[in-house]
Design a protein around this ligand. Structure first.
Ligand SMILES: NC(=O)C1=CN([C@@H]2O[C@H](COP(=O)(O)OP(=O)(O)OC[C@H]3O[C@@H](n4cnc5c(N)ncnc54)[C@H](O)[C@@H]3O)[C@@H](O)[C@H]2O)[C@@H](O)CC1
Ligand SMILES: Nc1ncnc2c1ncn2[C@@H]1O[C@H](COP(=O)(O)OP(=O)(O)O)[C@@H](O)[C@H]1O
Ligand SMILES: [K+]
Length: 493
């Protein structure tokens, strides 16, 4: 963000103070557009950096709209930044009440029925809040007033989880607990971690007019997967195509009592566009697959694994000795990238000698617990993300760490986070759908990297369509499969 700000200031006819004004205007416009948040009274807490400068500009703009505004500036024992000072001068010309909070002084008296605007610290946060700042954060959190944090909840470092949490439930980085966070231009990693979500509240990104040319001139370590990226990956189907063009997928899935997982993965695999699908599943469960998915074939004997263009392993497989033998055979024969999920990952975590046999660019799709079994327990989510990135590089695997913002860590070091999907998908079977979709996309001809990006986005987008049809509580994993086609259509030209 700092580089992006600097690039904008040197390449567009806009100054730093005008960017701050854009940011403040965007916040006030957002508040106006969301009337339920648009109180008559605002209590604004400002630090002395540029985040505090945003708070002062917001105070002036709200004052101009005849709102009752109180401003409290926390003295850090240092002069404010230049843009903070400019906005302080501008505010002095208004009717807004300004008070300074000194180290050791009393806690402020605030309007009991106001919204709090939290502009103490933003992306400059470099260490856990202590002393007066920590007390003030605690005061804001106990005030009972709803809080709107500017750019980041104050105290939350832009790149990390606020955890680990101690036995009293207090995070390592004491942070303001916001109802809404209005963040500028782009996600900061902190806004992507589940354990920070109770502190960020709802996150809204506001466009403050930073230069779009910057994005073309930079290749960040992290990038969001969105509709634009997904539509850049998708390839049309030739009118003359036949099923042989779209690959034959093999799913090693299902066990007694868990054939549903195999069915879900199989349906999603075919919806991904692949030509043919064969299951390797227990003989006794044959009728479930053959009646549940007549489009697929079933294999119960020896596998010629290299015959298939893609292989997905794990949904509903269980961790029996038979499952382990099957996977071992696959590992001894297959040299091309596969998709490994669920129990296949759990077995891999125990059978560590298998790990060197996993072909490069194989996609692994653990949820956080499966990932910790594989890579060791992480103390917080940012550590888990770093660990996934390190493992992707060291093993040359593509690691899809599933969650609200699923992480996709590539063997080359680059990582992506997903921006589609919703909590309606938090139900058994959603992960099986993803595994099938990924296996189908590889069979269809996408490279594992492209399949990972496209598959994760399509899966979330299908979940979004399913949620709008069935509501957040009532989506079934099968409903996600039924919407894969709509997700495809949205990005097909
Ligand atoms: N052109 C720009 O640079 C723009 C900046 N904007 C705002 O500027 C913010 C970043 O401003 P700054 O870089 O001044 O940083 P902050 O305002 O976030 O922090 C100010 C200073 O506080 C100190 N600090 C860090 N952690 C602390 C702690 N735990 N206890 C006490 N002091 C601590 C640091 O010295 C830091 O530089 C963004 O989050 C955004 O709100 C926006 O106005 C948009 C334009
Ligand atoms: N709150 C959420 N927001 C977005 N996606 C979610 C959410 N909850 C679950 N999902 C998605 O649903 C899938 C769940 O996978 P997993 O936990 O393996 O489920 P299962 O093993 O039951 O199939 C993942 O792809 C995950 O990203
Ligand atoms: K803030």
């Amino acid at each position: 963000m700092r580089d992006w700000d600097a690039f904008t200031i040197s390449n567009l006819p806009i100054s730093s103070i005008d960017l701050m004004e854009n940011a403040a205007r965007a916040c006030v416009t957002w508040l106006e557009d969301h009337e339920f948040l648009y109180s008559e009274k605002f209590t604004i807490f400002c630090g002395k950096g540029n985040n505090g400068g945003d708070g002062l500009a917001i105070a002036r703009l709200l004052g101009e709209r005849n709102k009752k505004v109180q401003v409290f500036i926390l003295e850090f024992g240092q002069p404010g930044t230049a843009d903070f000072q400019t906005n302080l001068q501008r505010l002095h010309g208004s009717e807004v009440d300004i008070q300074y909070l000194q180290e050791g002084g009393d806690l402020p008296e605030i309007f009991p029925d106001s919204w709090i605007i939290d502009a103490l610290l933003g992306t400059g946060t470099s260490r856990p809040a202590t002393g007066r700042l920590e007390i003030l954060i605690d005061f804001i959190n106990r005030s009972g007033c709803p809080v709107c944090s500017i750019d980041l909840p104050s105290g939350m470092p832009a790149d990390f989880s606020i955890g680990p949490f101690n036995s009293e439930g207090q995070p390592y980085f004491p942070s303001v607990r916001a109802k809404v966070t209005l963040s500028f231009q782009s996600y900061k990693p902190a806004l992507l971690f589940a354990e920070n979500a109770a502190y960020t509240g709802l996150v809204h990104l506001l466009d403050i007019g930073l230069s779009s040319a910057f994005l073309k001139s930079t290749d960040p370590d992290f990038e969001g997967v969105d509709q634009e990226m997904a539509s850049g990956i998708i390839e049309p189907r030739s009118p003359f195509a036949h099923k042989g063009n779209f690959g034959h997928a093999l799913l090693i899935a299902g066990s007694v009592g868990k054939m549903g997982a195999a069915l879900l993965a199989g349906k999603a695999c075919l919806r991904a566009g692949c030509g043919l699908l064969t299951f390797q599943s227990p003989e006794t469960e044959r009728s479930i697959l053959q009646t549940g998915l007549p489009e697929a074939m079933l294999l119960t004997g020896h596998i010629d694994a290299n015959y298939y263009r893609s292989i997905g392993c794990g949904p509903g497989l269980g961790q029996s000795a038979a499952a382990a033998t099957l996977l071992e055979q696959i590992l001894n024969e297959v040299k091309r990238p596969m998709v490994w999920d669920a129990d296949a990952i759990n077995l891999l975590a125990v059978q560590t000698e298998w790990q060197k046999k996993i072909p490069p660019f194989t996609i692994l799709t653990p949820h956080p617990k499966e990932f910790d079994r594989l890579a060791g327990i992480s103390i917080n989510e940012s550590e888990r993300w770093n660990s996934a990135r390190a493992l992707a590089i060291s093993k040359q695997w593509i690691i899809i760490l599933k969650g609200h913002h699923t992480l996709i860590a590539m063997p080359g070091g680059k990582a992506y986070f997903n921006t589609s999907g919703n909590a309606a998908m938090a139900k058994g079977g959603s992960g099986d759908v993803l595994t099938g979709l990924l296996t189908g996309l590889i069979a269809r001809g996408y490279t594992p990297e492209k399949a990972a990006l496209l598959g994760v986005w399509l899966h979330g987008r299908a979940g979004d369509f399913a949620a709008s049809e069935w509501g957040m509580e009532s989506v079934l994993a099968g409903d996600i499969i039924d919407q894969i086609g709509n997700a495809f259509m949205e990005i097909s030209s």
